[in-house]
Design a protein around this ligand. Structure first.
Ligand SMILES: Cc1cc2nc3c(=O)[nH]c(=O)nc-3n(C[C@H](O)[C@H](O)[C@H](O)COP(=O)(O)OP(=O)(O)OC[C@H]3O[C@@H](n4cnc5c(N)ncnc54)[C@H](O)[C@@H]3O)c2cc1C
Length: 366
């Protein structure tokens, strides 16, 4: 028997059909003899995923070693094949901006030079642009504080909702079962052999051999509070302009001081996102309108042409952030050997979804 082929059908339940659960479902759907069921109380693209901007800051991030870099590297690699694979399997649209990410700089620190050297040794390219080159390639950018920019041609942006819908559709095409509108209430275990057998849901009891909890913020309750995730709210908006910001065809994602400007085509742009922590330690968090306006103003500071835009819609979502530990949480349940967590991806769930799915697949089929 070789990895990926099981003698008996193994029943796998995945709770949560955001980008993480959908990615896991898709990767597992490619393995023979697994009976996979994806459960969600709403449907794909609910939760944090539908609020995300899909900016995949891999090469341009300052994570250069250890687990944080390995996850990014593995995702970057898988994304190269995943998008064409899903498009041809499902025929669904997946908007994917492959013109790179341009990070605006107001500093003269040498940490970027160091990052360029490290990335070169890792087989990736990053370019340091002075002001003159920045204004030549991106005349839509104009701010006296700017010293230049870092251009990362291998980083991309992807539409999170379309990606997740395609992952689910691809997984279904490969034979998995989806149960949407089903809420998982708790885990049922009998005996003391470190194995759980079933989950109780709004649709009755589902038996499993392996359970994956990828329920975003809902994972805390399903972990009996052993995994504490807290919400960090993000607001964003979509703008429509009378004409494109760019003068040519070069339209990378522009990011500066944590504000992203994402070109969508057809004179439309996403702008975001706020980072809003709960008022008190573990409490709830509600969107503050003034903070979203601050993000819009910052975007206009970088690209003054955005001032002509009309706001077409605004939205918000809650990022699942692990409390007192690094994101994400990809590990076995402390009490049950046949339950895995894939959650707590905080600000990088779309970026890290392929890497997470690959780790979970390996944990299941090893
Ligand atoms: C404004 C904003 C911008 C962002 N931008 C980016 C970005 O540019 N790049 C990036 O990589 N990341 C970004 N993120 C972060 C990213 O959205 C998250 O890390 C990611 O979506 C988390 O995915 P998930 O599948 O773990 O959770 P979710 O998308 O929240 O999905 C969890 C699912 O579990 C289901 N669920 C929960 N409990 C239960 C239950 N008991 N029973 C059944 N179903 C249940 C929910 O219905 C939901 O569909 C952004 C987030 C926000 C809010």
């Amino acid at each position: 028997m070789f990895p990926g082929v099981f003698k008996f059908m193994m029943r796998i339940l995945i709770i949560g059909a955001g980008v993480i659960g959908a990615s896991i479902a898709y990767e597992l759907s490619r393995v023979k003899n697994l009976q996979v069921t994806l459960i969600d109380s709403h449907g794909a693209t609910e939760g944090a995923t539908c609020a995300a901007l899909g900016v995949l800051m891999g090469v341009i991030s300052h994570k250069t070693k250890g687990r944080a870099w390995k996850l990014r590297q593995s995702s970057l690699e898988r994304y190269r094949t995943l998008i064409p694979e899903l498009r041809s399997l499902t025929n669904l649209p997946i908007a994917h901006n492959q013109q790179g990410i341009l990070m605006l700089r107001t500093d003269t620190e040498d940490r970027w030079e160091k990052l360029v050297t490290i990335r070169q040794s890792q087989g990736f390219s990053l370019e340091l642009w002075d002001r003159e080159k920045l204004y030549r390639f991106c005349p839509e950018v104009d701010n006296p504080r700017l010293t230049g920019a870092v251009y990362s041609p291998q980083d991309t942006q992807i539409h999170p909702g379309q990606l997740t819908a395609a992952l689910v559709a691809g997984a279904v095409k490969n034979g998995i079962d989806c149960r949407f509108g089903v809420t998982v209430e708790n885990i049922i275990a009998s005996g003391d052999n470190r194995r759980a057998e079933a989950i109780l849901t709004s649709d009755g009891i589902y038996q499993f051999d392996r359970l994956v909890i990828s329920a975003g913020l809902g994972s805390t309750a399903l972990s009996d509070n052993s995994i504490e995730l807290r919400p960090v709210l993000g607001q964003a908006l979509e703008m429509k302009l009378p004409s494109p910001l760019e003068t040519g065809s070069f339209a990378p994602v522009i990011t500066g001081e944590d504000v992203h400007i994402v070109p969508l085509g057809d004179c439309r742009y996403w702008v975001g996102a706020t980072v809003e922590f709960p008022d008190f330690d573990a409490g709830e968090v509600h969107p503050e309108t003034g903070l979203l306006e601050g993000v819009r103003q910052k975007a206009i500071d970088w690209c003054p042409g955005l001032a002509l835009g009309t706001i077409e819609r605004t939205w918000w979502g809650k990022r699942p952030r692990p409390h007192d530990r690094p994101a994400p949480v990809i590990e076995t349940h402390p009490d049950y050997d046949n339950i895995l967590f894939a959650t707590g991806h905080y600000r990088n769930g779309v970026l890290l979804a392929p890497a997470t799915a690959s780790i979970i697949k390996d944990m299941i089929i090893c």
